[in-house]
Write a protein that binds this ligand. Structure first.
Ligand SMILES: O=C(O)CCC(=O)C(=O)O
Length: 296
């Protein structure tokens, strides 16, 4: 059966180019959402009994082995086939190719779980600070597994900032993966929340400033993210290389290339790392002044 088309209109492509983000509403149907939610439940069952972070689980500070609290599943596409299939599905590729060209590689995936009442905030940052490439045809695909409403910690973006500076994500000489809020007060003042129903998909440029607050609501906010780029955008840092075969196995459509496209992009290298930097949440603990309140 043919899937209903999700092809972007010229207006949507123009919006992405001008503002650095796009919300595509109601892309996944109820059955597709149920498959993904079941996969989340299957993986979360494995967090019971854990005393510390693992390659798959990034734990809330308030986690205990008996009462598990997971804030991120790392690389879920490696842990469950439902997440690998989705990024390679025609529905998602149809969103990516107008923005990135016919040849697209996935870098990593992550599933940010913001549980009701305490789900952790993500401080203001630009993804590009973590993984600069030879050109900036690099974006994040966000799949809403729950409705995003004002008080469950929806992602907020600052329109147009993908065309501006790359801000320092350093504090005390260490890469902390967050921008000092006082330096971007005007930008934060014009941030917009991306509110949409479960099954909608967001696309945001790697240079766009974004962040999200603690989930203070009574409902969860689970958000599946993939990093995707034009095949000729080669990582300068943070690219999860492996060997060439592994690198090329992450192509989701089109052809790989050994010829990076070089453009005049601003770059600050994400080094040195703090002592514990296995996830963005851990790195951001080392920042100076937090913007978002953290639940206890
Ligand atoms: O989960 C969110 O609201 C933000 C996600 C994000 O920016 C990240 O994980 O890099």
């Amino acid at each position: 059966m043919q899937h209903p088309t999700t092809r972007l209109t010229p207006e949507q492509v123009d919006h992405y180019r001008a503002e650095g983000y796009l919300v595509v509403h109601d892309v996944l149907d109820a059955a597709e959402l149920a498959t993904l939610r079941d996969a989340v439940d299957t993986l979360l069952a494995g967090a019971r009994g854990l005393a510390t972070h693992t390659e798959l689980y990034d734990l809330e500070d308030s986690h205990t082995p008996e009462a598990p609290r997971v804030r991120r599943l790392k690389m879920p596409h490696k842990a469950h086939p439902a997440f690998d299939s989705l990024i390679r599905s025609p529905k998602v590729l149809e969103l990516l190719t107008p923005l990135l060209g016919p040849s697209v590689r996935m870098q990593t995936s992550k599933l940010n779980l913001k549980s009701a009442g305490y789900g952790a905030p993500v401080e203001w940052h630009q993804d590009w600070a973590f993984y600069p490439h030879t050109n900036d045809d690099v974006l994040a695909v966000g799949v809403l597994l729950d409705d995003f409403v004002p008080d469950n910690g929806p992602m907020m973006v600052v329109p147009g900032t993908h065309r501006g500076a790359i801000h320092s994500h350093h504090h005390d000489g260490v890469f902390v993966g967050a921008i000092e809020p006082s330096g971007i007060a005007a930008e934060i003042g014009r941030a917009v929340p991306l509110l949409a129903r479960a099954g909608s998909i967001t696309l945001h440029h790697a240079r766009l400033i974004h962040g999200s607050a603690t989930n203070t609501s009574g409902r969860p906010r689970n958000f599946l993210l993939y990093e995707a780029m034009a095949a000729d955008a080669w990582p300068l840092a943070g690219g999860h290389w492996g060997d060439l075969a592994q690198f090329d196995a992450r192509m989701v459509c089109g052809e790989p290339t050994l010829q990076p496209r070089m453009t005049a992009v601003p770059v600050r290298m994400p080094f040195p790392k703090p002592p514990e930097a296995a996830s963005l949440y851990q790195s951001q603990k080392y920042m100076g002044t937090r913007f978002f309140e953290v639940a206890r």
